[in-house]
Design a protein around this ligand. Structure first.
Ligand code: NAD
Length: 357
C-alpha cells in the first residue's frame, strides 16, 4: 500500500526525532512492501521566522492533502515574547481545528524495563499499568463563552463549560470502540455531583454504553480519578473525559510513567487522517545535542499505522522493537535513571530500533 505523510518537524528537537521516526517507517515500509511518501511543511517558530506566520496556509493545505500528519514539537524561548496569535503554540490549536480533530488519544504505559523511573510507590510500580486516556479536544471550557464584567465585588472574569450531546456522544463512541480493541473497560470521568454539563456528559455516556454491552462502563468523579491514578493506576484501561479534565489528567498519567520522552499521542477526527506527535515539547535545553529520546515519536508513528492506515501488524512490530531495545538495557539519557548504563545518542537509539525490526 502507499501512503502520503505530511511531516511537521517544528522546532528544537523536533527535526531530530522526526528524522528517527522516518527512518523507522522506511524500514517498516521495506519489510512489509508499503511505500510512505513524505512531504515537509513549516510549522511553529521556524515557520514564523521564514514566513511571519506560525501556521502558513501552505502547511494547512499540505496536511489536508495528506493521508496523515507526523509532528515533532514547536516552540522555544526565541519566540516566547511574540504576541499570542504569532506564538508557535498557537499553530497547534490552528492545525487541530483545520483538520477537524476532536479526540486526543494518549496511551500511558509503564514499561517493566523502566520501573525504576516511575515515581509511584515500589509495590504500585511493580504491577505496571497500561492505560489509554481519551480527551475531548475541541469543546468545553477552553472554547466556551468568556469575558470580564462588573460583578458584585467589582471586576470579575468568567469562562463557560458547555457540551452538546453530539460532542459527548462522538467521543464516547471513540472510547467504547477503543476499549473493544483493549481490555473492554471504560471509565468516564466527570464532576456530575456539581456541574450540569457533567450530568449531561454522564447521561450521554450511559446511553452510548448501552450499545456496547460487552464493554464495562464506570463513572468516576475527577477529584477521585486524580487520586486513583496515583494509588491504583492498574484499574484503568480506557479513560474518557472532557477537554479540561483530560488536559490535567493526561499530564498526570504521563508523569507517573516517569519518562516523558517515551509517550506518544494521536489526535483524530471523523475520517482516517490524524495528527500524531510525542507528548513532550521541543526541549530547547537539549536541542541540537543529538541526545533526544526518539521513542515517543517512533511510537507516535506506530499509532499512525494502527489508527490511520489500519496496519496493525506493522504497528505491533514497531512497538515490539522498542520493547526489545528497552529490555536489552539500552537507554537514552532521559531514561537512564539509576541503571548506570552509558546513554545512547538519538542516532544510536534509532539504530537499535532499526536492528530489532
Ligand atoms: P519539554 O517537554 O520540551 O521539556 C521538558 C523536559 O523534558 C526538558 O528537560 C527536556 O529536555 C525533556 N525532554 C522532553 N522531551 C525529551 C526527549 N524526547 N528526550 C529527552 N528529554 C526530553 O517542555 P518545556 O520545556 O516545558 O517546553 C519547551 C517548549 O516546547 C516550549 O516552548 C513549549 O511551549 C513547547 N511545547 C510544545 C509542545 C508541542 O509542540 N506539542 C508541547 C509542550 C510544550
Amino acid at each position: 500500500m502507499e501512503f502520503n505523510i505530511a511531516l511537521l518537524k517544528g522546532d528544537g528537537i523536533g527535526p531530530e526525532i522526526v528524522d528517527s521516526a522516518v527512518a523507522v517507517l522506511n524500514k517498516i515500509g521495506g519489510k512489509y512492501s508499503h511505500k510512505f511518501n513524505f512531504s515537509e511543511y513549516l510549522m511553529g517558530g521556524c515557520a514564523y521566522d521564514k514566513t511571519g506566520n506560525p501556521l502558513p496556509q501552505e502547511t494547512v493545505d499540505g496536511c489536508l492533502a495528506s493521508d496523515s500528519v507526523l509532528l515533532g514539537a514547536v516552540g522555544g524561548p526565541k519566540w516566547d515574547t511574540l504576541p499570542g496569535h504569532l506564538r508557535p503554540e498557537k499553530a497547534l490549536l490552528g492545525i487541530r481545528a483545520a483538520l477537524g480533530l476532536y479526540t486526543n488519544l494518549r496511551p500511558a504505559k509503564l514499561y517493566p524495563a523502566l520501573k525504576e523511573a516511575c515515581p509511584l510507590r515500589e509495590e504500585v510500580a511493580a504491577k505496571g499499568f497500561d492505560l489509554l486516556m481519551i480527551r475531548e479536544l475541541t469543546g468545553g471550557i477552553y472554547f466556551g463563552e468568556r469575558g470580564r464584567r462588573d460583578g458584585k465585588n467589582g471586576l470579575e472574569a468568567y469562562d463557560t463549560e458547555c457540551y452538546s450531546e453530539m460532542e459527548v456522544e462522538r467521543i464516547a463512541r471513540v472510547a467504547f470502540n477503543s476499549a473493544r480493541l483493549r481490555n473492554k473497560n471504560v471509565i468516564s470521568i466527570d464532576k456530575a455531583n456539581v456541574l450540569e454539563s457533567s450530568r449531561l456528559w454522564r447521561e450521554v455516556v450511559h446511553r452510548v454504553a448501552a450499545e456496547y454491552p460487552d464493554v464495562a462502563c464506570t463513572d468516576m468523579l475527577v477529584d477521585n480519578a486524580a487520586m486513583q491514578l496515583i494509588k491504583n493506576p492498574q484499574q484503568f484501561d480506557v479513560v474518557v473525559t472532557s477537554n479540561m479534565f483530560g488536559d490535567i489528567l493526561s499530564d498526570e498519567s504521563s508523569q507517573i510513567t516517569g519518562s516523558i520522552g517515551m509517550l506518544a499521542s494521536a489526535s483524530l477526527g471523523d475520517g482516517k487522517r490524524g495528527l500524531y506527535e510525542p507528548i513532550h515539547g521541543s526541549a530547547p535545553d537539549i536541542a541540537g545535542k543529538g541526545i533526544a529520546n526518539p521513542i515517543a515519536t517512533v511510537l507516535s508513528a506506530a499509532m499512525m499505522l494502527r489508527f490511520s492506515f489500519g496496519l496493525e501488524k506493522e504497528a505491533d512490530d514497531m512497538e515490539n522493537a522498542v520493547n526489545r531495545v528497552l529490555n536489552d538495557g539500552f537507554r537514552t539519557a532521559d531514561i537512564v535513571g539509576t541503571s548506570r548504563v552509558t546513554p545512547l545518542s538519538t542516532a544510536q537509539m534509532t539504530e537499535k530500533i532499526l536492528e530489532n525490526l
